[in-house]
Write a protein that binds this ligand. Structure first.
Ligand code: ZN
Length: 60
């Protein structure tokens, strides 16, 4: 076997609130689409927008 170590990619979503500029990183969910509205902001009454989706390589 060439690949002896098992590597998996964990996807993350970064949400940004356009009102108060708050950034929040969370695990990527199936229906996440870049620049679409996400969840309600936790520090003001704004709606967060998905700013970035990225993956981090993890070794197991
Ligand atoms: Zn906010």
């Amino acid at each position: 076997m060439i690949f002896s170590k098992k590597k998996i990619t964990i996807a993350y979503t970064v949400e940004k609130c356009p009102k108060c500029e708050m950034l929040r990183k969370r695990k990527f969910l199936q229906d996440d689409v870049l620049f679409s509205n996400s969840t309600k902001c936790s520090s003001c009454d704004g709606i967060t927008v998905i700013e970035k989706i990225f993956g981090e390589l993890m070794e197991q």
